[in-house]
Ligand binder design. Structure first.
Ligand code: PLP
Length: 291
């Protein structure tokens, strides 16, 4: 049996304002072949986890959606309309413990000034192995300096744009090297983020994550984990990190909305210890979030 899936098309006027949304069939074609989402990857997206019908970190996701749209000079997405669309899909997926909704806003059909928008929801895959046994990670040079976001904003470092071909290529390169995932490093040697995740380290009683001004996404999962950290006797802190910090850390995770916290069990083939107890606490917390 195929997984349940649902689609809402978010309609816009020529001024770029969202006017409402309508149900659509996710199994039939909806996108014009001249939509710049398809031809140029020119748009933005978010992937929001749904826990038993509750969208998680929805406000943070919609804020980041708007931030990415601003970075691409797209019209500001209407937060209440998109929130309603996500909640409507979440309700349809309420029978499932873990699901996700992807929101997409593109510049629209080439030559027209009307954005294309949609929200699509379905059930999540099974990430139990990644969350408990951990993942093998390789460090990949992103080829950009850590100040690229400031010196070259047109590179859109830190925007969640639809141009994720580079991120997918990094995951394939990781697979070629026998690993599950990648962790980007700036050309001047700072740890950045995974292709679809944020890095979190534990050093003693501190949780550490790299600063977003390095041209990385502000992770919604990381923010929620840092807010919960005191419950585990920990304190969250943003810090500039290098590969040596990862090597010396007591534990490391790649965290993201749908996979949640995946402990890193090796880096470039070198095994490292994982913190199973804290991983279980983090994943339990992330799964149970009601908002
Ligand atoms: N960094 C990148 C490049 C991502 O694509 C993602 C999520 O897909 C993240 C970080 C983690 O963000 P979040 O925790 O909000 O899912």
């Amino acid at each position: 049996m195929s997984a349940p899936e649902h689609l809402l098309l978010v309609e816009h006027d020529v001024e770029g304002h969202a006017t409402g949304w309508v149900d659509a069939d996710p199994q039939s074609s909806q996108l014009r072949v001249t939509d710049v989402a398809a031809t140029r990857g020119d748009g933005v997206f978010e992937t929001i986890s749904i826990g038993s019908g509750h969208p998680q970190a929805l406000d943070a996701h919609l804020e980041r959606f708007a931030r990415s749209a601003r970075m691409l000079d797209l019209p500001e997405p209407d937060p209440s309309l998109w929130a309603d669309a996500v909640r409507a899909l979440a309700e349809l997926l309420a029978d499932h413990e873990e699901a996700w909704v992807k929101t997409v806003l593109t510049r629209g059909v080439e030559g027209q000034s009307m954005p294309t928008g949609w929200a699509y929801g379905t059930v999540s895959g099974d990430f139990r192995r990644e969350r408990t046994e951990g993942i093998d990670v390789v460090l990949l040079d992103r080829g950009l300096r850590s100040d690229a976001a400031a010196t070259s904003p047109w590179l859109l470092a830190g925007a969640k744009s639809l141009s994720y071909a580079v991120n997918r290529a990094a995951v394939r390169e990781a697979a070629r090297r026998g690993a599950d995932d990648a962790l980007f490093v700036s050309s001047d040697g700072l740890l950045l983020e995974g292709p679809t995740s944020t890095l979190v380290l534990r050093r003693g009683a501190e949780l550490l994550t790299p600063p977003t001004d390095l041209g990385i996404l502000p992770g919604t999962t990381q923010v929620d984990l840092f807010a919960a950290a005191p419950d585990w006797g920990l304190q969250g802190r943003v810090a500039t990190l290098r590969p040596a910090d990862l090597e010396e850390a007591d534990a490391a995770w790649l965290v993201s909305s749908v996979r949640h916290a995946a402990p890193v069990r090796s880096v470039d083939g070198a095994e490292r210890s994982i913190d199973s107890e804290l991983s279980a606490a983090m994943n339990g917390f992330l799964r149970r979030r009601l908002r």
